[in-house]
Design a protein around this ligand. Structure first.
Ligand code: SF4
Length: 257
């Protein structure tokens, strides 16, 4: 999963590089032309275009800054701003995540903020769906490593011994009638999503897989819930059942948001 998603991110990043390269070359060409040109009218026109462009980009940066701060504080934003932010966050995330390599910033911190912004964007939408239209996607590392029951095939194979959080998650599935699956990787996750065709997804994963999954699934809102790793990554991980229940309720309960 992560390999393909990373490749997609790389592709997006390469597109961004080409865009920046194109703009830089255009500006360089323009500057050379202006220096060599003696056409005052054209010179003034181009200067005005550059000035207007700079003013518009400053306004854009300022407006995006306000929207991001509002989202980080969990405040609502209007539907037009939501559509814009959904697009903007995906692109800015790619730029920031690659810049973090140069600036030596912990990528997981950026991934965490990105998934939180994404969650707040969905919360701000007040989206409501039927319980059976909700897909809860879980990583297989939630299952106790010593458990012999194969829940990746069917989550109902869990014998409810209570040694891991799968027990509580199956209880939530039965209580709210949502769809619950364990995905061993991105290919299986995509297959499940294509078959179920949910209207909302609640995904449990680490920072890296959450942000990748959110970027990978475009037309369905994905609420990301971070797993807990008391024994280290990818082994006997845990998840807050309260957070999962709270998210299910958000999607199905009308008039409470
Ligand atoms: S709760 Fe279910 S999945 Fe977890 S160890 Fe027990 S039987 Fe296995």
């Amino acid at each position: 999963m992560n390999r393909r998603i990373t490749d997609k991110n790389n592709f997006l990043f390469i597109r961004m590089i080409f865009l920046v390269l194109f703009v830089s070359l255009f500006m360089a060409g323009l500057s050379i032309y202006l220096i060599k040109s003696s056409n005052i009218v054209l010179y003034n026109a181009i200067l005005n275009i550059i000035l207007i462009g700079s003013v518009l980009s400053t306004i854009l940066v300022f407006m995006n800054g306000i929207l991001i701060v509002r989202l980080l504080k969990g405040k609502k934003i209007n539907s037009l701003s939501r559509i814009w932010m959904d697009f903007f966050l995906r692109y800015i995330y790619i730029i920031i995540i690659y810049s973090s390599q140069i600036l030596r910033v912990d990528k997981n911190r950026i991934r965490y903020v990105f998934s939180q912004l994404n969650n707040n964007l969905i919360l701000s939408s007040g989206l409501k769906v039927k319980p059976e239209e909700i897909l809860v996607l879980l990583p297989h590392c939630l299952q106790k490593t010593t458990c012999p029951h194969k829940i990746t095939v069917d989550i109902n194979n869990c014998k409810r011994c209570g040694l891991c959080d799968i027990n509580g998650l199956v209880e939530l599935k039965d209580q709210y009638n949502v769809r619950l699956f364990v995905a061993t990787g991105g290919t299986l996750a995509r297959k499940i999503i294509n078959e179920i065709r949910p209207k909302a997804i609640i995904a449990v994963a680490c920072e890296r897989d959450l942000s990748s999954g959110i970027l990978d699934v475009k037309k369905i809102p994905v609420m990301g819930i971070l797993n807990e790793r008391p024994e280290g990554p990818c082994i006997n991980t845990r998840v807050s059942l309260d957070k999962i229940e709270e998210t299910i309720k958000f999607f199905i309960e009308k008039g409470k948001q």
